[in-house]
Design a protein around this ligand. Structure first.
Ligand SMILES: Nc1nc2c(c(=O)[nH]1)N[C@H]1C(S)=C(S)[C@@H](COP(=O)(O)O)O[C@H]1N2
Ligand SMILES: [Mo]
Length: 399
C-alpha cells in the first residue's frame, strides 16, 4: 500500500498545488541551475576573500605566537580591510538574489533523496543563517550601529567558521552542477527542468544577472568612497568620509568620550618608558620636541572600513627606546592616558618598531595634533589597523 494513501486528501491537494507552483518557478530561467551556479560562484568568491581578509585582520589584532605582522608595505592593511568591506557589501545583494533564485527548490518532496543529500540540505541552515548573521552584523558595524549584547568582533569571528564549514560542504556538493553549468561544454547542458534553453531564456537570465550586478556595483561604489579617495563624494552608505572631520579627517573617539581631556591638556604631561614596574626613562614634551623629528605619510585604516592618508610628524619609537636603553628586538605595549575602554592600549612588535616610520606623532599635516586626534602624542605606524594607532600615548612598556 502506498504511503500517500494515508495522507488526508486536502493535504495532498495543497501539496500538489505547491508542486505545480514550484515547477512553474523552476521553468523560469531566473530560477535555473545556471543562474544559481553563477550567483553561487560569485558569492563563494566574495565569501572566501571576505573570510581571508577578516582572518588576517583578526590575526593582526590578536597575533598567535607564530605570527609577526610586518610594517611593510605600509598601505597593505588599508587595502586588505578595504577588500573585506567591499566583498562583504557585495555579498549582500548577491545573497538576496541567490536565495530568491533557489527558493522554489526548498519545496522539494521528499525533502531529501538519500542520507548524503539530507546532510547537504541540513548544512543549508547554518550556511544561510550564518551568512545572514555575518552580513547583518558586519553592515551594522560599519554603519556604527551596535544593537547587540555580545562583543561584535568575537561573535563575527566565531560565526565566520560556521559559515566557512557549511560553505565547504555546499561547495563540494554543488561542484558538479557548477562545472556542468559554467564549464566549457555548458551549451550542451539541459536546464534544471530538462528543457534546453531558448534565446528568450538567455535574455531573461542576462537581464536578471545584469540587474543584480548593477545593484552590487552601486552598493560597493557607494561604500568604497570611505577608503578610495577618488570615490569619496559618492560615499553615500558609509558614515564617514576620509576628507571630513576635525583637521580634515574622521575622529573615531573624541578626547571627551575617552575621558582624557584633563590629562592630555596637563602641562606636566610626560611619556614614560618602562619595563614592568620599573621606569627606564621619562620624556617631557619639551624633550620630545628637541629630538630629531621625522615626517611620514601614512594612512589611518579603521577596521570599520574608512581610511585617510595624512602626513605625520613626530619622534621615532626606535629612537625613544634606544635612549631609554631598551635592547633591539623587544616588543612593547603602547598605553594611553585613557583609563577605560578596549582600545586604550596596543602592542607594537619588534618588526614594526624597527621601521623608521613608526612614530609617536605630535603633528599632522604641519599642525599640532588636535586633542581628538590624540594630542599631545599618538602612535602612527605603517601597515596597522586603526584600532592599533593608539591616541594620547603616555607609556611604552617593554614586554
Ligand atoms: N586611546 C585610544 N586610541 C585610539 C582609539 C581609542 O578609542 N582610544 N580608537 C582607535 C581607532 S578604532 C581608530 S580608527 C583610530 C582613529 O584615529 P582618529 O580618531 O585620529 O581618526 O584611533 C585609534 N586610537
Ligand atoms: Mo577604528
Amino acid at each position: 500500500m502506498k504511503f500517500a494513501n494515508f495522507i488526508p486528501r486536502p493535504v495532498l491537494v495543497v501539496a500538489h498545488r505547491v508542486e505545480r507552483w514550484r515547477d512553474d518557478r523552476l521553468a523560469d530561467p531566473r530560477h535555473s541551475e545556471r543562474v544559481a551556479a553563477i550567483l553561487g560562484s560569485l558569492l563563494g568568491i566574495s565569501f572566501l576573500i571576505c573570510f581571508s581578509t577578516g582572518l588576517l585582520s583578526h590575526f593582526i589584532q590578536h597575533p598567535p605566537t607564530w605570527f609577526t605582522w610586518p610594517a611593510r608595505p605600509a598601505g597593505f592593511y588599508r587595502f586588505s580591510q578595504g577588500l573585506h568591506i567591499a566583498t562583504g557589501i557585495a555579498a549582500v545583494p548577491l545573497l538576496f538574489a541567490k536565495l530568491w533564485s533557489v527558493f522554489p527548490k526548498l519545496f522539494q518532496w521528499p525533502l531529501a533523496d538519500n542520507a548524503l543529500h539530507a546532510v547537504e540540505r541540513l548544512s543549508l541552515l547554518p550556511l544561510i543563517g550564518g551568512s545572514i548573521f555575518m552580513l547583518v552584523t558586519g553592515v551594522a558595524n560599519i554603519e556604527l550601529w551596535y544593537p547587540w549584547v555580545f562583543f561584535f568582533p568575537a561573535g563575527h569571528y566565531a560565526v565566520s567558521y560556521v559559515v566557512m564549514g557549511s560553505l565547504l560542504i555546499h561547495g563540494v556538493s554543488k561542484f558538479a552542477t557548477v562545472r556542468r553549468e559554467l564549464g566549457p561544454n555548458k551549451k550542451l547542458a539541459p536546464h534544471a527542468t530538462g528543457v534546453v534553453g531558448t534565446a528568450e531564456d538567455a535574455f531573461a537570465r542576462r537581464h536578471f544577472l545584469g540587474a543584480v550586478g548593477s545593484v552590487t556595483a552601486g552598493l560597493v561604489v557607494a561604500t568604497a568612497g570611505q577608503t578610495v579617495w577618488p570615490l569619496r563624494k559618492l560615499s553615500l552608505f558609509a558614515p564617514r568620509r576620509p576628507d571630513i572631520g576635525t583637521q580634515g579627517f574622521p575622529v573615531n573617539k573624541t578626547a571627551f568620550e575617552a575621558g582624557v581631556n584633563n590629562l592630555a591638556n596637563s602641562p606636566d604631561f610626560t611619556l614614560v618608558i618602562a619595563s614592568g614596574r620599573q621606569t627606564l626613562h621619562t620624556f617631557t614634551l619639551a624633550d620630545l620636541e628637541a629630538m630629531p623629528q621625522r615626517t611620514a605619510t601614512l594612512p589611518i585604516a579603521c577596521v570599520e572600513g574608512w581610511s585617510a592618508n595624512r602626513t605625520w610628524t613626530g619622534v621615532q619609537v626606535r629612537d625613544l627606546l634606544r635612549i631609554a636603553g631598551v635592547e633591539e628586538g623587544k616588543d612593547v605595549s603602547v598605553e594611553s592616558a585613557q583609563r577605560a575602554g578596549r582600545y586604550r592600549r596596543s602592542e607594537l612588535n619588534h618588526r614594526q618598531i624597527a621601521d623608521a616610520d613608526t612614530l609617536l606623532a605630535m603633528q599632522v599635516d604641519g599642525e599640532p595634533l588636535h586633542i581628538d586626534h590624540g594630542f599631545p602624542l599618538r602612535l602612527i605606524a605603517p601597515n596597522r589597523p586603526g584600532v592599533l594607532q593608539t591616541k594620547w600615548v603616555q607609556r611604552l612598556v617593554v614586554l
